[in-house]
Design a protein around this ligand. Structure first.
Ligand code: 26W
Length: 824
């Protein structure tokens, strides 16, 4: 269906669609549509929509086949998709007809959409970026697969009990998932452990594996609908199944146990997403997950290639594997293995193909995120891959030695195997033909600091790809009021060409436009206030400043700086009851890794501060603090739309890019942030005067880290505001039942006890600068017209931050794909 449906076609389409929805109710539930529950209504609508999608899906795959261009396989342990249905509907060309049909059926689309569980197959930024990329790839007509894992339990559901985070398994597949298709025909075997077997035949060695355990990798495909272009790409996520559903009697005792173990392996492998963000835990199961999905994805990619081509040595002409961080770096070893052991290439031939097929994106400079596997574990689990990595390492070290004779320091830093460990980033850089960072500053830091030696040795590999976000989910779907307003002002080209949104710049001084814009923001604040009332039972005033920090909880992201400042502000308001003050609502949302103690304690602190402040009638509701439970993609859409202030306050140099910062900007919030990650580029686009920048620069931070010289105790002793706030952490002010509760936080700021370093993230150092920036926020908000103008300028200048731009850059510099038109 296209936009050009005439009236009759349109009516026919709607009748057909409505009939399908009703038929689903009958077939699935033996009921009429009005008799089934809301959740079942969702299922019925989803199946009817899928029906439309399937035709386009088939057409797309056929068009790709015929075009026979290059395909990108985006390999990622995480895809944080959120809900699919609403997004699918807005992307389909027939969206208006579908929406009208749903209304005519007497259904409420919002209620229907709310029934869908989030596909939360990711932790945070990296997983959501992968989801935005898929949306852009499909919208831009590029042949692409997302390849990942179908975790039974995705990101945990967060409950707040007595102020503490509790993790509840998120059983998102408990009910049928109408928006996926199991593809048994593409199942393949993945092997673990055992030993390498070498056969000498016909003058060469043939490598195989013996005594291994195997699982069946079975793919499930989810459709990725492009915007209005009939393209439907595929997210292929792998589930593990046991190879043999064995017959008990057939087994002697030994093979019985082996069979049970094998069955267990299949059950555990895709059981759960590791809820760590930026922290490597070194778990064996995680390495199994990595190999599992990498091997399955490569096997099918190669098989698909060989259907149309017979020369495996030209694989790179049609295939590129993009490794989303180091998590899928086994791609390098597994591709070498397949090329040599299964397709019988020689080492040099296989290496040539591999190094032309793989590219690597780095998403973090945090040292604790670097994946390094103990040799013992790696070689036991993946004996053949280990041999291959050893050989890659041997050759690479020779190269280093040749380039820097006698410089063992270079080997120590760059070798792939060193100190008993396999270093995945080094493997990815050595083999990848492209290494990219995710924001200008981040890439610079990689080149000058973290990956300096690699950059010196192979500068041609390095490039920057500043992250982006999809405006289709985070404006068109998440903020329909603002989306419509923008469209009324400048047309709807922005939906696929975000820089066009610049057109609203001519309205920034227009009083009427300002009023409309601020009224939309107000409506969105009302919507969020309602959500908060329903979920937290807290009343917040939509006329107050909505100051929002939503993202994973991590020390480097400094939620602690934010809440310490709230404590400080509260002290101010209490000490000076008559001081001028614009009411503020501080909104937090964050999940902490289940084992990250200080992060979890920070959540408790935020909730404890909220309890005290929200219940202090003497301050007349001047400050409210809200912790939104279970922050995830679906409620994020509502939150961004309602924000006035976007808190992006990481210690400079630590946030590779950030993408939440862009989503806020798109929704007209002003950034309060450090010169870190993509904030730098945001400020470049919107102008310093339309953001609130504070704190140390990344150079200053790195300077202190390298040379020392920072002593938080000095600040504690000389700054009475800070001292008072910190004392409130240990005098029971926010924890009368247990004054010692927040001592670990206090200690993390002032002693080496918690992390081996006092105030590692320079919270006290940046505190006054942050407080001063917050005063600027308040002053700016008082000037209503000025604020409206700045907010509108943020929207107007967000063009660069669309993931469409990012994808076009990947295509231009790394993937070299060609667009394929899909006609129905
Ligand atoms: C091995 C444990 C682990 C798990 C996740 C290590 C690292 C990660 C991710 C790389 C963490 C992550 O999501 N990084 C974020 O990636 C975003 C997309 O590029 C960036 O915008 C964020 O700045 C970065 O923190």
């Amino acid at each position: 269906m296209t936009k050009t449906m005439d009236r009759i076609q349109k009516e026919e389409f709607k009748e057909e669609f409505k009939k399908r929805v009703k038929d689903q109710a009958k077939m699935l539930y033996r009921k009429t549509l009005d008799e089934v529950s809301d959740r079942h209504k969702f299922v019925c609508v989803a199946y009817a929509v899928k029906d439309i999608v399937i035709d386009q899906w088939i057409a797309t795959q056929k068009a790709y086949d015929e075009a026979d261009g290059r395909t990108v396989y985006y390999l990622s342990m995480e895809f944080l998709m959120g809900r699919a249905l609403g997004n699918m509907i807005i992307n389909l060309s027939s969206r208006d007809e579908i929406k009208e049909s749903i209304e005519e059926l007497g259904l409420d689309l919002n209620v229907i959409e709310d029934q869908e569980p989030d596909a939360a197959l990711g932790n945070g930024g990296l997983g959501r970026l992968a989801a935005c990329f898929l949306d852009s790839l499909a919208t831009l007509n590029y042949p692409a697969y997302g390849c990942g894992i179908r975790y039974k339990y995705g990101m945990f559901q967060q409950k707040i009990e007595n102020g503490y985070q509790k993790e509840i398994p998120e059983d998102w597949l408990r009910h049928i998932n109408p928006l996926e298709i199991k593809r048994e025909e593409y199942a393949c075997e993945v092997r673990f452990g055992g030993t390498v077997k070498i056969d000498h035949r016909d003058g060469r060695d043939y490598y195989g594996q013996e005594g291994y355990q195997a699982v069946m990798a079975v793919p499930y495909d989810m459709p990725i609908v492009g915007y209005g272009n009939n393209v439907v790409n595929t997210l292929r996520i792998w589930d593990a199944e046991p190879i043999v559903h064995f017959n008990l009697e057939e087994f002697d005792k030994g093979s019985y146990m082996a069979a049970v173990e094998q069955e267990n392996l299949a059950k555990t492998i895709t059981e759960v997403l590791y809820p760590n963000d930026n922290h490597y835990a070194g778990k064996e199961l995680r390495l199994k997950q990595q190999y599992f999905f990498v091997s399955a994805s490569l096997q099918t990619a190669i098989k698909k290639y060989l259907k149309k081509h017979d020369d495996i040595k030209k694989l790179h002409e049609k295939v590129v594997f993009q490794m989303n961080d180091t998590h899928p770096t086994l791609t390098v070893a597994e591709l070498m293995r397949l090329l040599m052991d299964v397709y019988y290439l020689e080492w040099d031939e296989a290496w040539e193909v591999t190094t032309k097929c793989v590219a690597y994106t780095n998403h973090t400079i945090m040292a604790e995120a670097l994946e390094k596997w103990p040799i013992e574990l790696f070689s036991r689990l993946l004996p053949r891959c280990y041999q291959i990595v050893e050989e890659i390492n041997r050759r690479f070290c020779l190269e280093i030695e040749e380039k820097y004779p006698g410089n063992y320091d270079k080997i120590a830093k760059m070798a792939i195997i060193y100190d008993g460990q396999v270093k995945m980033a080094n493997l990815a850089i050595c083999a990848g033909y492209s290494v990219n960072g995710v924001a200008k500053l981040h890439t610079e830091i990689l080149e000058k600091q973290e990956l300096k030696d690699f950059y010196e040795m192979m500068p041609q590999k390095f490039n920057n790809k500043t992250n982006g976000i999809t405006q289709r989910r985070f404006l068109l779907h998440g903020n329909p009021l603002l989306a419509e307003w923008v469209t009324n002002k400048v047309g709807d080209d922005w939906i696929t060409d975000l820089p066009k949104i610049k057109g609203i710049e001519v309205y920034v001084d227009d009083k009427k436009a300002q009023a409309e814009f601020m009224n939309i923001k107000y409506q969105n604040k009302v919507r969020l206030a309602k959500y908060i009332k329903e979920h937290n039972g807290v009343d917040v005033d939509p006329r107050s400043i909505f100051d929002v920090q939503v993202k994973r909880l991590h020390e480097y992201k400094r939620q602690l700086l934010n809440i310490l400042h709230v404590m400080y502000l509260y002290n101010q308001v209490k000490e000076h009851p008559d001081m001028e003050f614009t009411p503020r609502t501080f909104i937090f949302g964050a999940k902490a890794a289940a084992g990250y103690k200080i992060a979890k304690l920070t959540i408790k602190l935020i909730n404890s501060v909220a309890d005290v402040i929200n219940n202090d009638e003497s301050i007349n509701g001047k400050i409210k603090v809200v912790f939104i439970e279970n922050y995830r993609v679906s409620n994020a859409e509502i939150i961004f739309a309602a924000a006035d202030v976007s808190e992006q306050i990481s210690t400079a140099s630590k946030e590779a890019s950030g993408t939440g910062n862009m989503k806020f900007m798109l929704n007209g919030a002003l950034t309060l942030g450090t010169m870190d990650g993509a904030n730098v580029e945001i400020v470049e686009e919107v102008g310093k005067e339309n953001a609130f920048i504070f704190g140390m620069s990344s150079d200053e931070v790195i300077g202190y880290e390298n040379n020392g010289g920072y002593d938080p105790m000095q600040i504690f002793n000389s700054d009475m505001d800070i001292r008072k706030v910190l004392m409130q952490l240990i005098n029971g002010f926010y924890s009368p039942d247990d004054p010692e509760r927040f001592r670990p936080i206090y200690n993390s700021l002032l002693t080496k006890e918690e992390t081996g370093c006092a105030d590692r993230y320079f919270i006290l150092k940046d505190f006054q600068s942050y407080a001063e920036a917050q005063r600027r926020v308040e002053a700016a908000y008082k000037d209503e017209a000025g604020w409206a103008k700045s907010a509108m300028l943020n929207v107007a200048n967000v063009g660069k931050f669309t993931s469409d731009r990012t994808i076009e850059e990947y295509v231009r510099d790394i993937w070299h794909l060609e667009k394929v038109k899909v006609e129905l």
